[in-house]
Design a protein around this ligand. Sequence first.
Ligand SMILES: Cc1cc2nc3c(=O)[nH]c(=O)nc-3n(C[C@H](O)[C@H](O)[C@H](O)COP(=O)(O)OP(=O)(O)OC[C@H]3O[C@@H](n4cnc5c(N)ncnc54)[C@H](O)[C@@H]3O)c2cc1C
Length: 322
Amino acid sequence: MRVTVIGGGIAGSSLAYFLSRAGARVTLVDAATHAASHVPAALLNPVRGQSGQVDGRALEGLATTWALLGDLSAAGFVVPHGREGILRPLPDEKTRRKFVGHLPPELPHEWRDVGEFPIAPGWHSALWLPTGGWVDGRAFCAALQRASGAEVLRGRAVQRAGEWFVQDGERLFPLTPQPSTVVLCGGSLGSTWAGERRTHRMGTMLLLDRAPTSFPLSFGAYLSPTARGGALGGTFEAPSPHWQETALPLASLNWLLGKGAALCGLSGLRVTGHWTGSRLSGLKVGRDEAGAWHLSGLGSKGFLLGPLLARELAGQLLSARE
Ligand SMILES: Cc1cc2nc3c(=O)[nH]c(=O)nc-3n(C[C@H](O)[C@H](O)[C@H](O)COP(=O)(O)OP(=O)(O)OC[C@H]3O[C@@H](n4cnc5c(N)ncnc54)[C@H](O)[C@@H]3O)c2cc1C
C-alpha cells in the first residue's frame, strides 16, 4: 500500500513511522515551516492545565510516546529528553481539591511537601508525577522521519484540479505517481492553507542559558530543561480562527516573566533566544464525510497523544485498504 502523508510534525512523522513499520510505502511531504512540533521542550504531562483534567487516553498515550522514544534510542537515534518526572505546584486548597477529583488511581502520583523543591515561595501544595517528562520536539520528528525510511519531499503539497503537486519555492512539480491515499497532518499552518476556520493558539518559549531544575514544573506556564539549557513558556495568546505570522507581544513577555518568577524566581537565569509557535485545537482523526483522511488538531497534547493516535490511524488506513 502507498500512502502520502502531508505534514512532518509529530502527527505526520509518527504516522509515517507506524505505516512504514506495518509495510506501507510512505511519501511524506513537509513544508517544514512553522511546525508547532519544533517546540524546544514538549512536556509529557498527563495532568492538564489549571484544573488537573486527565484525558481518558493519557496513560496509554504516555506509555506509547515513551516506548517510541525507547525504540528510537535503541536504534541509535539521539532525541534529547528527560524522564525524571514533572512537578505541578498548586496555589491553593481549592485547586488541590480539583486536581484530587480528576486524578485516576492508576496514574502514578505523589503529594509532596513544597519545601522539598527549589521553587519560589507561596505555593500551597506539590503534585509530583513520576511518569512525566519532556522531549525535544524537533529532534523527535527528525528521528521518526529517518527511522521510517519514508521518501521525504520538502515543499508545500497543493492540489490543483484534483492533482497533487509539490511547491518548492518557484518550482511546482507533480507527485508521481499521483497518490490514491493522502493523510492531512498539516497542523495550524496546514489548516489555514487549506482554507479552514478552526481554533489556533500561539505561544512562546523563552530559551534560557540553563535549566532552573532537572525536571519540568508547570502551572500557568512551564519551565523545563531542554537539549541546550532550559525554557520558559506555554501557549497563552488569545485564540484566533487562522494561523498568524508569529510574534511575541511585549505584554506577553511581561506575563511570561511573571509566571516564570512565580514558579521558581528566575534569579541568575539569562534569556538566550525565543521560539514562537501556533497550535491547532479540535481533534480530527480518521476519514471525514468527503473521504479525506486527517490527523490534526492535537491542541496542547501533541506529544502525549499524537503517537498513540498515529499508531491507531495507521492500523485503520491499512485495514481500510484490505
Ligand atoms: C508554545 C507551545 C508549547 C507547546 N507545548 C506542548 C507540550 O508541552 N506538550 C505537548 O504535548 N504539546 C505541546 N504543544 C502542542 C504541540 O506542539 C502540538 O500539538 C503538535 O506539535 C502539533 O503537531 P502537528 O504534527 O499536528 O502539527 P505541526 O507540528 O504544526 O506540523 C505541521 C507540519 O506540516 C507542514 N505543512 C502544513 N501544511 C502543509 C502542506 N500543505 N504541505 C506540506 N507541508 C505542510 C508544516 O510546515 C509543519 O511542518 C505546544 C505548542 C506550542 C505552540
